[in-house]
Design a binder for this molecule. Structure first.
Ligand SMILES: Cc1ncc(COP(=O)(O)O)c(C=O)c1O
Length: 397
């Protein structure tokens, strides 16, 4: 029997979009803020505002610890990874700069870059990954020009779950004085990350995926050694600091954090981040678990489902994101049947990553995507494989 984890008893495999369920401590933390604290942090001197500020600071500290950052003030909260990537990309690149990215990127990276290129502000090189989605650092090295300002790539693919050799790519950036911006939307909370050792200058993360925070959370993290004044703010406005001045504060985090923060969300993100950091075996064990589930699913489906066609690896460490198809059916048909008849939630299509699907050869239809979380298990995968087998044999209920 499947474990009935939610009232509807669904199997949730759409964790690469956003994770569900969240650990109970996350909902409790949100509720605690909503019912007991409620105030605006950093704006007033009363007890409730001070307490709200304390939660935000603890969340900064927890995220800093997660990425090996020494100064928590270098954690800038945003509403998602997209906002953080826009902040980094639009904040760093200037007229005449050259930027390098890859064919595996999410639209949250490709679109701001493409927009800047279209307006004639920057020139852009898109490095082609191989069929499995992996980038060759040497190709990146060769693309560097005298005016290359930044390299922007994702740490882990939201399409196939592969993990890029970021430490090596970061080393190339350091050797060439190029800013290294890494999209960790899919890796934060799954793959161990050390912002310094991995040679990252600016890191973007999503709070609502593998950190198990609520939707509407994310952030931009600036390495301790990186001169943050090289990033122009995207937003200007009230920060609760230097209220007598009409100039935007030039210290952190206020330079980049105008407007009231999502404190309810950050309360949950703090709980989620602490839950992950102190979980048995740490992040290393989470990566093992995800890799194990990915391998188990692929091997079992390849054995039992005749027309199963997979684009993710069963061999390499991965974030537990599997792209696949059943050759006889459209991906939307299968996703609908999985949801309606088997209670299995997954995502189909292009996953906001058209270039990645071109790279793995699945454009324009895209694929189905299962994204496993720490709460998924082999029993659920067995059920899903049986469901796919029945669909493939035309025997669905
Ligand atoms: C690799 C990657 N980058 C960026 C994003 C954008 O994240 P968010 O939805 O938090 O803006 C996603 C979302 O799926 C993603 O998978």
């Amino acid at each position: 029997m499947l474990k009935d984890r939610t009232e509807g008893g669904v199997i949730y495999f759409d964790n690469a979009a956003t994770s569900f369920p969240k650990p109970q401590c996350v909902s409790e933390a949100v509720m605690h803020y909503m019912t007991k604290i409620g105030a605006n942090p950093g704006r007033s001197g009363h007890k409730m505002s001070v307490e709200a500020g304390r939660i935000v600071f603890k969340a900064r500290k927890s995220i800093a610890a997660l990425f090996g950052l020494r100064n928590p003030m270098r954690v800038i909260f945003t509403s998602n990874a997209t906002e953080a990537l826009n902040m980094a990309i639009l904040g760093v690149l200037e007229k005449g700069d050259h930027a390098i990215t890859s064919s595996m990127e999410h639209n949250s990276t490709i679109r701001p870059l493409h927009e800047m290129e279209k307006k004639g502000i920057i020139s852009l090189s898109i490095i082609q990954a191989d069929k499995t989605g992996i980038l060759d650092p040497d190709k990146i090295r060769k693309a560097i020009r005298a005016n290359t300002k930044a390299i922007i790539i994702n740490h882990a693919s939201n399409v196939v779950g592969c993990i890029q050799p970021i430490r090596e790519i970061g080393k190339i950036c350091r050797e060439n004085g190029v800013i290294f911006i890494v999209d960790c939307a899919q890796s934060a909370g799954i793959v161990p990350i050390d912002i310094d050792q991995d040679n990252i200058d600016i890191l973007a993360f999503a709070g609502h995926k593998a950190l198990y925070g609520p939707t509407g959370t994310g952030g931009m993290v600036i390495a301790d050694r990186f001169d943050f004044k090289r990033i122009k703010p995207l937003k200007y406005g009230g920060t609760g600091s230097l209220s007598d001045k009409i100039e935007q504060p030039d210290f952190l985090p206020d330079r980049f954090e105008s407007g009231t923060l999502n404190v309810a969300g950050l309360s949950g993100l703090l709980a989620g981040s602490e839950y992950i950091r102190h979980r048995d075996g740490g992040i290393e064990r989470i990566l093992e678990h995800k890799t194990e589930l990915q391998k188990y699913f692929i091997q079992k489906a390849e054995m039992l489902v005749e027309d199963f066609c997979c684009f993710s690896s069963a061999q390499l460490p991965s974030t537990g994101v599997v792209a696949f198809k059943l050759n006889k059916f459209s991906v939307s048909e299968i996703a609908q049947i999985l949801s309606d008849e088997y209670g299995i939630m997954c995502r189909q299509g292009l996953h906001c990553s058209p270039l990645a699907h071109q790279t793995i050869g699945t454009f324009p239809e895209g694929t189905l995507r299962f994204g496993f979380s720490i709460f998924n298990n082999k029993e659920e995968i067995d059920f899903a494989v049986q469901a796919l087998k029945s669909i493939s044999e035309g025997k669905q209920t």
